[in-house]
Design a protein around this ligand. Structure first.
Ligand code: XLS
Ligand code: NI
Ligand code: NI
Length: 438
């Protein structure tokens, strides 16, 4: 088949007033924002698993969408049809990156040698497709959570044999990532956690996860991988408790085991909210630790307690995300739409509408975040808020040139401090609204 999405044109930029559902309203790749074209601010990626794989199945019902792309599922012919459809999709939307798990690319065989042979075949095929395009891999990863062998985890498994299979998959997925020009390699520890502490040696398991990561770094560097490794934190699901709970926990883990030079965070919006944080919180924590690497762009549902992986629609959240990204000087990674259509949005058009929504939401977020920064009132307020540390006793505290006794003496003399100044939250929120809608 030469074209899979026959009724879909190359998606143009139509502008905010456009009523064309198959046009971007805000994503204008060439538009310059703070000195750089939008496309460079927003390296968007297609998630192979959701876009070419997920077909609407949930716990209560089977597929609603047809993702066969004209081939029989579970065959190499289907794997290749997915490549063809995926590249057509990315080209039509102007998306320059994709992300994959090993078993998103080919059907897994019973024997790992055969799976790896299939992976060689499909990656040759993808390389061919990449020729003459600027489409590259953003990051690759190994699926170490679907196969029953990983029921007790991969790095954290109680079985040394399973640990070896995890190592084998990481090795192969790293080979593929490098072959496809990947910028990064992700560890999402879906089953690296526990259901009950009654059967779990947490210290042992965490040491082994770190061991697997060290082995991956050593191997990756030895074959010339210069990109970043990422941890993608998530607090739970499928396990009751996942060790990479949130950015702060994952960063502490990386430092404890000497992995912090090679790893950064891949922050997923829906994971941050599952951890009881805002998306912006986990981005900020990563950024201030020099570890904001990449983003899984999606959103959750306030009323549902799991990873619903919705396409990002919330412009406030996207704006605060882009605010963090701009302040971080960009990302070494990109924006992977780890998002899926809702089950009743099962047509081909819906696949495009979803990406148009997501890309427009982040384009709007970029524009509004740039406006917030250029306006300057938020930055100025924050700067002034800490002014008491710029001179006198405050400056001494910051430079470490004081003692607890000196500070106590200072407090004695003062008797009581003045109240520390209003936080002005409502005023600041109204600035944000005026920038959004003014
Ligand atoms: C699942 C994760 C997963 C990772 C890649 O919740 O988001 O899709 O992004 O393994
Ligand atoms: Ni997720
Ligand atoms: Ni993800």
């Amino acid at each position: 088949m030469s074209e899979y999405f026959e009724n879909i044109p190359v998606i143009p930029f139509g502008g905010a007033d456009s009523k064309d559902p198959l046009a971007f309203k805000f994503y204008d790749p060439d538009r310059i924002v703070m000195g750089k074209p939008m496309r460079e601010h927003l390296p968007f990626a297609m998630a192979w698993w959701h876009n070419l794989g997920a077909a609407g199945t949930d716990m209560f019902g089977r597929d609603t969408a047809d993702k066969s792309f004209g081939a029989e599922k579970g065959t190499m012919e289907h794997a290749k049809a997915k490549v063809d459809a995926g590249f057509e999709f990315m080209k039509k939307l102007g998306i320059r990156y994709f992300c994959f798990h090993d078993v998103d690319l080919v059907p897994e065989a019973d024997d790992i040698k055969e799976t790896n042979r299939r992976l060689d075949e499909i990656s040759d095929y993808i390389l061919e497709k990449m020729k003459g395009t600027d489409i590259r891999c953003l990051w690759g990863t190994a699926n170490m959570f679907s196969n029953p062998r990983f029921m007790n985890g991969a790095g954290s498994t109680n079985s040394a044999d399973v640990f070896c299979f995890a190592a084998a998959q990481v090795k192969k997925a790293l080979d593929l990532t490098i072959k496809l020009g990947g910028r990064g390699y992700v560890f999402w520890g879906g089953r690296e956690g526990y259901e009950t502490l009654l059967n779990t040696d947490v210290k042992f398991e965490q040491e082994n996860i770190a061991r697997l990561m060290h082995l991956a770094v050593d191997y990756g560097r030895s074959i010339g991988f210069t990109g970043d490794f990422y941890i993608e934190p998530k607090p739970k699901e499928p396990m009751k408790h996942q060790y990479d709970f949130d950015a702060a926990t994952a960063i502490g883990f990386l430092r404890q085991y000497g992995l912090d030079k090679d790893f950064k965070m891949n922050i997923e919006a829906n994971h941050a909210t599952l951890a009881g944080h805002t998306f912006q919180h986990d981005l900020r924590i990563s950024a201030i630790n020099g570890m904001l690497g990449s983003i899984d762009a999606n959103q959750g549902d306030m009323l549902l307690g799991w990873d619903t992986d919705e396409f990002p629609f919330n412009v406030y959240d996207a704006t605060m995300c882009m605010y963090e990204v701009l302040k971080n000087g960009g990302l070494t990674g990109g924006f992977n739409f780890d998002s899926k259509n809702r089950r009743p949005s099962y047509t081909q058009e819906d696949m495009f509408y979803a990406y148009i929504l997501g890309m427009d939401t982040f384009a709007l977020g970029l524009l509004k975040a740039a406006a917030l920064i250029e306006d300057g009132r938020l930055d100025k307020f924050v700067e002034e808020r800490y002014a008491s540390y710029r001179s006198g006793i405050g400056a001494k505290i910051r430079s470490g040139e004081t003692t607890l006794a000196e500070l106590a003496a200072y407090a004695d003399e003062l008797g009581a401090p003045a109240l520390p100044g209003s936080g002005r939250q409502e005023y600041l929120e109204s600035i944000v609204n005026s920038i959004f809608f003014g």
